[in-house]
Design a protein around this ligand. Sequence first.
Ligand code: PLP
Length: 373
Amino acid sequence: MTRFPRSDYGALDLYRPDRRPVPVDLSDNTNRWGAHPDALAAVRSADEGTLTRYPDAYARDLHAAIQRRFGVPADTITTGCGSDDILDSTFRAAGPAGGAVHFAGPTFSMVEVLARMNGRTAVEVPWSRALADPDKLLENDPDVVYVCRPNNPTGLQAPRAWLDSLLGAAGSTGPLIVLDEAYADFAGESLVRQAPAHPRLLVVRTLSKAYGLAGCRVGFAVGSPEVAREVEKSRGPYKVSQIAARAAVAALNDADGWVPRTTSECVTNRERLSQALHERGLTPLPSCANFVFLPVAKGSAHAWNLALRDRGVAVRPFSDLCEAGDGLRISMAPWPMLERFLGALDQVIEKGIEQGAMLTGARSDPQTAGSAG
Ligand SMILES: *Cc1c(COP(=O)(O)O)cnc(C)c1O
C-alpha cells in the first residue's frame, strides 16, 4: 500500500489566484501606491555577496530593524518568508500532529489550508458566535486559536475588550492565540508591544501590505521569548533571503515616512469609496483594513467578477462565505484607480436587468458578517 500522496491532503489543491493582467488590479490587497522607495534603492544597490552568500540563519539585521521600529526585544521576534510561513511554522510548533486549529470565520483562506498541510484539524467558529462569547473558540481544547484583526475578507475589527477576554480565558496554559495583524497598519491599533509579556499570544505581521513588499515575502511575529523561539525552531534557518532582508530593513527604517503617508491616503480612500458605494444604494461592510467588502446576491460573485474584468478591473470574488455569503473584496488604491472601478461598476449595474439583479439580495444587515469596527 502506498503512502504517497498523503491521504489527509485530500481535496487540497494548488493556490490558483486569477493573475491574468488587467489595467486596474484591486484583487489582492497589495500596496497599489508602489514599492517603498528606500526598499527599491536597497535592492538596486545590492552587492555580489547579497546573491552568492547565505543570509544570516535567523535574519538578525531584520530583528534589529523590527526591534527599533516596534520597541520590542530581539528575542521576542521571529521572521519568515511571508507571514504565511510564520502561520505554517506556528501551527506545526503548537501541539502534536492531529491537534486542532480553531478560527473565527469567515477569515483568511490560507488558515484552513496551512492547518491541514500540517496534519491539524481546522474548525471554523462563525464570527457572530465567537463575538457573542469568546469561549466558543476555546471549546474542545484546541492547540491554536487564530484571530485575524482586522479580518480578511470582511474588514471587521474585533473589539479590543473582546480580544482581552479571549486572552484572559486562554490564560497562561491554554491554547496559543495567534493574532494576525496583516492589516493593523490601517486600523491604527496593534498588540505587538503587549505580546512579549503574554505567555500565550503571538502577534503576526506582514510587510506585504502597508510596507509594499509582497514580492519580497517577508513577515514577522512577536511573542514571549519562549513562543518566538519555538516558532523560529519550527520554521528553520535561512527563510529570509538577503535581498528580501535588505529591502525589509530599508522599509522598516522608513526614513521619509512613506508608510504612514500612503497608509493615511489608503484610509481616506477607503472611507471615500464606502461612501460612494452607499450613494449608489449599496451596503459595503464597515472596514478597518485596506479593502472594502461589498456583499452581492447569493451565487452572483463570480458573474460580478467577470463583468468587472471585462471592463478592465479586477476585484476578489468570494462565494458562500460563512455568514457573509457572496461578496466582492475591493483593495484600496490611489483614487484614480478607484474611480475606474466605480465607472466599471456603474456600467455593470446599468448594463441590464440580469446584471443589475446581481445586487438585489445584497445583505443590508452587515451585523452578522462583522460590523463592530
Ligand atoms: C495578505 C495576508 C497575509 C500576508 O501574507 P504574506 O505571506 O506575508 O504575504 C497574512 N494574513 C492575512 C490575513 C492576509 O490577508
